[in-house]
Design a protein around this ligand. Structure first.
Ligand code: SER
Length: 316
């Protein structure tokens, strides 16, 4: 029997991952935690506790008390926010990961860990289109540097201590249940809320800023598929490229206009433009497809339809 700990259960990924894990493994088996209160469906569907991943003493007691066998560590400061508080972001992103890696090394019952990496590990010197799995990684953001360092550490723990950590370089994630916070790809979430609420959106990225993106349902499925894959099929112990779909703000706005003809977009790029410019426009993900069968359901038109429907429901 699996007992699964999710750290960051109130966040954009965690709030949906917990629900899906509980469907598969049972409500009481999935322990949702965060430093802030989670959404109601996370709290009522199974155990939820306030827990700070930086508090290593409490963390180890929690893991032993609940006989945890798998950890999904999702807590992080995202790219935009990290630029405002570089040293704190580094401290939070790295120390939380090191706490989890040490825990997984010391506690035999923990068989697997998931930790997300990001397209942010790439930088301005990386080939921008069809970015390969193995390529130049010279990130110039605090968030990207922390993700790249994290990738090196998880591979180190795998090789040196046999800690089975699995990871995806997520593209921008799009969802309506919980809004993202402080990321560069967040425009692709905000645009839907503003489209429904106001019929217009001011984008903080320029019209041609093409970035890889993915609908949350596809991301959750990919994450669990990777965690369920046989270890011997996995050739990457840093983090897997996952492409999703690539589009820019203008293409997304055009798609929204098919549903809301009067929708208008204008552009006021801010400091996040430089971050977006340093990231790939599209990703090559054949290794993930070959190793663990990565696949997608949502293209741009499906994603737009489901997002508009979801946001309308959420806003009542
Ligand atoms: N979506 C994240 C961000 O924009 C990238 O991993 O920060």
């Amino acid at each position: 029997m699996e007992n699964i700990l999710v750290i960051g259960a109130a966040g954009q990924i965690g709030s949906e991952l917990v629900i899906e894990l509980r469907k598969r493994f049972g409500g009481p088996q999935v322990f949702a935690t965060d430093i802030k209160q989670a959404s109601e469906d996370v709290v009522i569907g199974g155990p939820f506790e306030i827990l700070d991943v930086l508090d290593s003493n409490r963390l180890i007691h929690f893991v032993i008390r609940h006989k945890i066998t798998q950890i999904y560590h999702l807590a992080a400061v995202l790219s935009g926010n990290a630029e405002k508080i570089p040293l704190q972001a580094w401290e939070i992103n790295m120390r939380s990961l090191m706490n989890i890696l040490e825990l997984a090394k010391e506690v035999d019952a923990i068989k697997k860990v998931f930790w997300p990496s990001s397209i942010a590990v790439f930088g301005p010197s990386t080939p921008r289109f069809n970015t390969p799995q193995y390529t130049i990684t010279e990130p110039n953001t605090v968030y990207g540097i922390s993700k790249l360092a994290g990738e090196r550490w998880i591979e180190y723990y795998y090789n040196r201590y046999g800690v089975d950590v699995r990871s995806i370089r997520y593209p921008g994630l799009i969802s309506y249940k919980t809004e993202a916070g402080g990321g560069t790809t967040d425009y692709a979430v905000e645009i839907f809320f503003d489209a429904v609420r106001e019929g217009k959106y001011t984008s903080f990225l320029s019209e041609g800023s093409k970035l890889p993106m993915m609908f949350m349902e596809d991301a959750i499925k990919a994450t669990i598929d990777l965690m369920e894959a046989d270890e011997e099929n996995l050739s990457i112990h840093s983090s897997y490229n996952v492409a999703g779909i690539s589009f820019d703000p203008q293409e997304l706005a055009d798609e929204i206009k098919k549903h809301i003809p009067e929708f208008e977009i204008d552009y006021k790029p801010d400091f996040r433009q430089a971050i977006a410019d340093s990231w790939p426009a599209s990703i090559e993900d054949s290794v993930a497809k070959a190793d663990w069968g990565l696949n997608y359901k949502y293209g741009l038109s499906e994603l737009t339809e489901v997002m508009l429907e979801g946001v309308r429901k959420k806003l009542g």
